[in-house]
Design a protein around this ligand. Structure first.
Ligand SMILES: Cc1ncc(COP(=O)(O)O)c(C=O)c1O
Length: 391
């Protein structure tokens, strides 16, 4: 077989532009990176100890593919208390990170040719997965609505594609890259059109614990029969490398998602599942110190970027500021991040891979020193490169 004969849907998907950019700029030993969504906190000590104990007790055998029962029970209680999720252990699947959770859910719910709405800007994973699964992707730009998806936009997306069967919506709340956290009213407003059109929601709530001064709501509360929730420990417990995700949804549908999961990965790693039991049993407050630090940094970065002339929609959650590049710079997002990396040794993410080439994303899950240096460099770049726009 020749390379041009392989699955065209795989050929269509490019390796992550974010990861490549991050890798490329890492060659600069002086670079300060605010690129990936990587918490700069260590895994809490009690969780690490649980992982070590699991190793010492030789917990090295194949786990049940749904995940260990005590973990599913701990997840049921934890998320009930935190966000009012209403799922017994039997409706919870343990996955290899939120990434595999989204991948297995998309594979199970949709068949080739179905259409899925992705509000943009969006985490690039989704578009890659809809392509790999031979789905139609409907990108819906939310920038003119303060980055919030409205029911009108959902209706327009359906009406604009009369030949497609619009089956799904991937909602990220709080959002990466914008940091927007939906209010109760904004979520409720979406429910009638989703019900009427029979659109399933994959609700990616991986940043659910990271909201600032506002409560996290889940759309599943008003749309339980059409929602699959994705969550996990990567952000709330700074456990990105452990790869522990969770899926919550209606009973019969969960069986189908679990099948895809089983035949793809068998199960999440045994040691990690023991660490997760500890996190979800005794780690209710683990995110508190992180939250305090993030909120302070968010306020600092949002203020500094606004002062530098960027448009910033104040983020209510996650750990990103998504900022619009001043027109006086005459730069798209790649020009901006390449110049900032090459000449000022600061790494930010271009908005382009998220679907908006006018913006940059700053991850403020970084030290205060790194953020101060980055803001100083951004301001200097603006001074060095601004030219008035011709009238
Ligand atoms: C919105 C969103 N979903 C999912 C993920 C992936 O999570 P995990 O590391 O648990 O696979 C990320 C990671 O940055 C994310 O931002």
């Amino acid at each position: 077989m020749q390379l041009d004969q392989i699955n065209p849907y795989v050929s269509k998907v490019m390796p992550s532009a974010m990861r490549k950019f991050d890798h490329d700029i890492s060659a600069d030993k002086k670079i300060i990176k605010l690129t990936l969504g990587e918490p700069n906190f260590n895994v809490p000590e009690h969780i690490k100890q649980a992982a070590i104990e699991a190793i010492n007790h030789n917990e090295s055998h194949y786990p049940y593919y749904w995940g260990y029962q005590p973990l599913r029970e701990a997840a049921s209680n934890y998320y009930q208390e935190k966000f009012g999720y209403d799922y017994p252990a039997e409706q919870i699947l343990v996955t290899v990170g939120a990434t595999e959770a989204v991948a297995s859910t998309i594979k199970a719910l949709f068949k080739p040719g179905d259409a899925v709405i992705i509000p943009t800007p969006a985490y690039p994973l989704y578009n890659a997965l809809t392509t790999l699964n031979e789905l139609h992707t409907i990108l819906v730009d939310t920038s003119d609505d303060g980055f919030v998806l409205t029911p009108e936009k959902v209706q327009q997306a359906v009406s604009a594609h009369p030949d497609w069967d619009v089956k799904g919506l991937i909602l990220t709340d709080p959002n990466n890259p914008t940091g927007i956290a939906y209010t109760e009213d904004q979520l409720k407003a979406l429910v009638p059109v989703l019900k009427e059109q029979g659109i399933w929601v994959i609700s990616d709530e991986i940043y659910g614990e990271l909201t600032y001064g506002q409560k996290h709501y889940t759309i599943s509360k008003w749309l339980p029969d059409q929602t699959i929730i994705v969550n996990g420990l990567s952000k709330s417990h700074a456990m990105t490398g452990y790869r522990l995700g969770l899926v919550f949804g209606p009973a019969g549908f969960m069986d189908e998602i679990a099948k895809v999961h089983q035949y793809t990965v068998t199960a999440a790693a045994s040691i990690v599942q023991y660490a997760a039991i500890e996190a979800l049993t005794n780690g209710q407050d683990d995110s508190k110190p992180m939250l305090q630090a993030y909120q302070k940094r968010r306020d600092f970065v949002a203020k500094e970027m606004a002062e530098a002339g960027f448009d910033v929609v104040h983020p209510g959650g996650a750990f990103y500021v998504f900022a619009k590049i001043p027109t006086a710079l005459h730069m798209n997002s790649w020009d901006f991040v390449n110049t900032l990396a090459k000449d000022y040794h600061i790494g930010l993410m271009p908005g382009d891979p998220f679907g908006d080439n006018h913006y940059v994303r700053i991850s403020y899950a970084a030290s205060d020193e790194a953020l101060s240096a980055a803001m100083k460099a951004v301001k200097q770049l603006v001074v060095d490169h601004s030219t008035p726009t011709a009238e």
